[in-house]
Design a protein around this ligand. Structure first.
Ligand SMILES: Cc1cc2nc3c(=O)[nH]c(=O)nc-3n(C[C@H](O)[C@H](O)[C@H](O)COP(=O)(O)O)c2cc1C
Length: 384
């Protein structure tokens, strides 16, 4: 069975290494000597190498290194994934764009038309990471005051309508959140391939909607037994509806020639984190997935190795950069073995990431992916 490998595009800025905590790539931190995209110009301002130029380099590197495409995260402080995809589509040839999108932030018929346009104009390279919001302050920042489970109700209806209008024809829908009459994409757009839906969310409400609409159920990395249990639960629900569920994992790697070098990188990063930051917990979110990640990182950890959760699994990544806590640290061979184990427990796809995203796309593509399957499990589907 072919396994899909994607890379992540850091739409929130990037670090030149895990040792630094200010973003020195992109303009999310003050401009200093050594920053890039933009960097300092001789007149004291910023040079002309913009962050979109850097994202383009990452997309091209990932494309060249054998990844199918990239996840484009969406947060209040990032640029918009639809816009980024449209620009990068002209700079790449096979790279697929996985747009993180919160249904409900766009009318489903209008979104279907925009997605079909992106399919048509990019040669069928669009797909989605459906996210249903972490709640809390940032949900209100978007003007969204729906409760956690109502948001999933809306996501389900949104996906019903998005799918219903896709093939053209005349589609009617009378739901709680959406009513549509006689809708359907115009013939030119209706023939486009329906985009794959990668679906995130760890709550019961999320698993219920995933079972109906997800091509891939997507989770952050968790301890392997916990993850296997979650995959089994969503597979069971999909099977009850007569379908078969594929699963996927979003995970950061620190992959180095030796295990010692990989842990050394993490140790230096951890030792550069302030004590105050080490004690900080995720706040203001109703996300079950985020709570599961937080539980992996005790606030009283004083050494990097207090956060080793299992061989090659480290629970402190969200101290070094934003995002989930758990990731993989090890030699190239060990990283490939852990990925093989995840394939064996039911992963059909991965979104991998590493810092800095540009250089690590090449490293992981050249050094880790070719080792997959050598511990006895399945295979990479390379970009053609
Ligand atoms: C792989 C993955 C990627 C995510 N990407 C984003 C994102 O780009 N933007 C965002 O606001 N939330 C993102 N989230 C957070 C989810 O929106 C949020 O955790 C989830 O939908 C909350 O639902 P839950 O309570 O069911 O876990 C992501 C979650 C996962 C698992």
């Amino acid at each position: 069975m072919a396994i899909d490998f994607y890379w992540r595009l850091p739409t929130h800025g990037c670090h030149s290494s895990l040792r630094t905590h200010d973003y020195d790539r992109g303009d999310w931190s003050p401009l200093r000597p050594g920053n890039i995209a933009p960097g300092p110009a001789s007149d004291g301002g910023a040079d002309q190498f913009a962050y979109i130029d850097h994202l383009s380099q990452i997309a091209k590197a990932a494309e060249g290194a054998g990844f199918l495409g990239g996840l484009i995260p969406s947060f209040p402080g990032t640029e918009d994934p639809w816009v980024i995809s449209s620009l990068l589509a002209r700079e790449t040839s096979t790279f697929r764009f996985m747009l993180a999108f919160q249904p409900g932030f766009g009318n489903p018929v209008h979104s279907a038309r925009a997605a079909a346009s992106l399919q048509r104009l990019s040669g069928g390279r669009a797909l989605f990471n459906i996210i249903t919001g972490g709640g809390g302050p940032s949900q209100l920042w978007w003007g969204d005051s729906f409760s956690h489970d109502d948001r999933y109700g809306r996501t389900r209806e949104w996906l019903d309508v998005f799918r219903g209008v896709w093939g053209g024809g005349s589609f009617d829908y009378d739901g709680r959140f959406y009513q549509v009459e006689n809708a359907g994409l115009a013939p030119l757009l209706a023939n486009e391939e329906f985009p794959e839906m990668w679906f995130s969310g760890s709550s019961d409400a999320a698993l219920e909607v995933a079972a109906r609409h997800a091509d891939y159920y997507l989770s952050w990395l968790e301890p392997f037994d916990q993850l296997a249990d979650k995959f089994d639960r969503v597979k069971e629900r999909t099977a009850r509806l007569g379908g078969e569920q594929k699963c996927a994992i979003r995970v950061d790697l620190v992959a180095r020639p030796t295990e010692e070098e990989a842990w050394r990188e993490v140790q230096i990063g951890f030792e550069n984190v302030s004590e105050e930051r080490r004690r900080t917990r995720t706040r203001g979110t109703d996300s079950v997935g985020a709570a599961r990640q937080d539980a992996l990182r005790p606030a009283d950890a004083t050494r990097y190795d207090d956060l080793i959760v299992a061989p090659n699994l480290w629970g402190g990544f969200n101290l070094l950069r934003g995002g989930p806590a758990l990731g993989i640290v090890g030699s190239y061979e060990q990283c490939a073995e852990r990925l093989d184990e995840l394939i064996a427990l039911g992963a059909d796809g991965f979104i991998l990431a590493g810092t800095p995203h540009l250089e690590e796309a090449w490293r992981v593509g050249e050094e880790v992916l070719p080792l997959l399957g050598q511990s006895g499990v399945a295979l990479l589907q390379a970009a053609e």
